[in-house]
Structure formats: C-alpha cells, structure tokens
Write a protein that binds this ligand. Sequence first.
Ligand code: GLY
Length: 400
Amino acid sequence: MSSPFQPALPEPLLRERLPAAWNGLPDRARVEAAVAQALDAVARNLAHFGDAFPMPSSVGGIYPAMDNTEWTNGFWTGMLWLSHELGGGEVFRAAAERHVASFDARQRDRIATNHHDLGFLYSLSCVAGYKLTGSERARDAALGAARLLLERFLPNAGIIQAWGDLHDPAQRGRMIIDCNLNLPLLYWASDTSGDLRFRDAADRHIAQAARHIVRADGSTFHTFFFDGESGQPREGKTHQGHADDSCWARGQAWGIAGFALVARHNGDTRLLQLSKVLANYYLNRLPADGICHWDLVFTDGTQERDSSAAAVAACGLLELARNLPLLDPLRAEYERAAAGMVLTLSEQYFAHDGAPGAGLLRHAVYHMPNHVGVDESCIWGDYFYLEALLRLTRIWEPYW
Ligand code: GLY
C-alpha cells in the first residue's frame, strides 16, 4: 500500500478577483424566478422527448433525441426527479419512474455499461428513485449497477478503471477525476446491502485520486495511469483539457464536488481540505463574470466558457460549505460564490426559449480537443444547474 495522503493548505482565496455582484446574500425572488424558468423549460422538454433522452450535448442549441445508451442519460432522469422535488408535479415523477424501468433493463442486459460512469447513470435515476419512492425495483437496479462498477476495480492499483475493456492496453490502469462522482453509488451499495467490498473499493480509489490526480499546486490532472499489474503510478495525462500540464475546468469542478461528496460518505475530513484546495485554485482563476473558461489555464475572457463546469462547481461549493464547521471562514465565502455563480448562469447563460428540445444553459463545452459540443448546451450542465437551484432553496438530501 502507498503512504497516506496529506493535503496541503489551500492557496489564499483572492476575494477581489470574484465579481462584486456576488457579495451579499442571494436574493430570494431572483432564485425563485430562476426555478420557475427552469421548471418551465424541463416541462417543455419532457413533452418533446417523451420517454426518449436528450443527447449529451446540443446541436445549434437543440438536443437531438436518443435511447438509453450514453453515459449521460441519468442526468435527464435526475432532472425529472429534481423537478418533482421542486414542486413541478406528478408528471415528472411518472416519467422518472418509467425511466427506472429502462435503467433496470440496461444494467441487466449490460447495454453500454463497459465504463465507470455507472454512478452518474444510476445515482441520479435509480438511487434517486429508491430514496424518493422506496421502489424495490430501483434499489435492485442500482445495486446491479454497483456490482458492474465494482468489476472495474483493479486491486493492485487500487483504482476503478475509467473506460473500455479491462485488458485494453490503451485504457488499462487509467483513472480519471470524473470518477469521484461515481463513488457515491458504491458507498450507497454498501450501506443498503451490508457488503463492505463496495465501500473498500471506493475508499481505495479516492485515496489514489488524492495522492496522484491532485497536483502540488492544487490543480488536477484529468486522467492518471497506473501499471495494472504492479500497481505502480505512471503518469498524468489530459483527455479533454488543453494540455497534460493544464487544468481542465470541468475536471477541477468534478474534484471539488466529488471529494466533498465522498467525505460525506466516509467521514474523512482530509477530503474536505482537499476540496478546499481545489476550490480556491478554481475560484482564483475565473474571468470577470465568474463563469470559467473550459480550461483554467485561460483567464482573460477570450476563450470559450464552460457553463456546465460552473454549474458542477456551484454544487460542489454548496456541498463543501454544508460539510464545513460553522466557524470555518471559507464556509460563507463558498456559499456566496456558489449563489453568485448560479444567479449569473440564470441571468446571463440561460438559453431555453421555448423551442422543443432546447438546452437550459448555453456556452458549455463537451470535448474541445475532439471539437464536440463546443459552445453548446450539455445535459450535465443543465442537471447541475437545477441541483444547485434546489440546494439554494432548501436543505437537500443528495441522490449521490
Ligand atoms: N465525464 C465526462 C465529461 O465531463 O465530459
């Protein structure tokens, strides 16, 4: 086993770099207006998509429809559950329950499950369904997905392999920071089944992420390779970022949110410290309106934004703040920054104009190096925007 990790202190938060409009408490009426606007958009899109799913990113602002075969389908189901929780009505719950049946079949038949994003898929569809309705079918489906995720654990490296066949030399031993959000499915599976193997794998993976994905300066690699046999760490590489040594903005946001969520599950306060390290690095590198570029190496307002990363970061900051002691001076700073980010998204990045299938947030980037979903809507951005709005309106029990 490698040594325990010990997070550094976060770099000081440069408050003067954050937008002045973010000072003070968020205005309740503005948040409520944003919720109403978002619920209306989700209702229109539900009428448009029926039981189909939006593609991961829009084309010209409109999501094409697809079946349940992408890593992203759970975000739309999660939006239906959130809309139900936000008081949108039974129509959202009924649609989300039909999706649970689709996710159950997907894990049983192993349809496009050869990757680690089973947490994104099943926490937001079936764990949410189980928590909100007590459905045994949802619980069994989520447990089945957790078993598939556990199959991807490489014991010598102590990581869950991100993508592809476990023996594919190009993918073997690769962990990615996004996986932090897949680990809550494993903690939930241990809690609900009593089988501690899920929890043990998640604890080992998060420790490896803390040691190897986080760099000494508080930035993160997108992906990191281990030798699958010896378990030795090899090298960090980007996949969706600008360069191997830059900091992909959404990866940093996955890190802020994921380390904080895992701390909620395993009680390790070092992960909260690590989330703070990543949060300050992120907040100190925002352009003037506070919505990040797609890679944090860019700060001057000229490159494409990634509004989806901002929505993930807002949820991460709210989760982190909630778990910090009341006397921690950064707690209120993170709450203010998250609320400011969400209101900026609502007032300057909200795009839904009533067109069938239109995205909620514009100016997101899916995969810049592959030129996919650049300056479009991304379905996870819409999901996390709605989650952040719910987190601003009440204490919320996460699906994660
Ligand atoms: N998890 C893949 C992405 O964030 O694009």
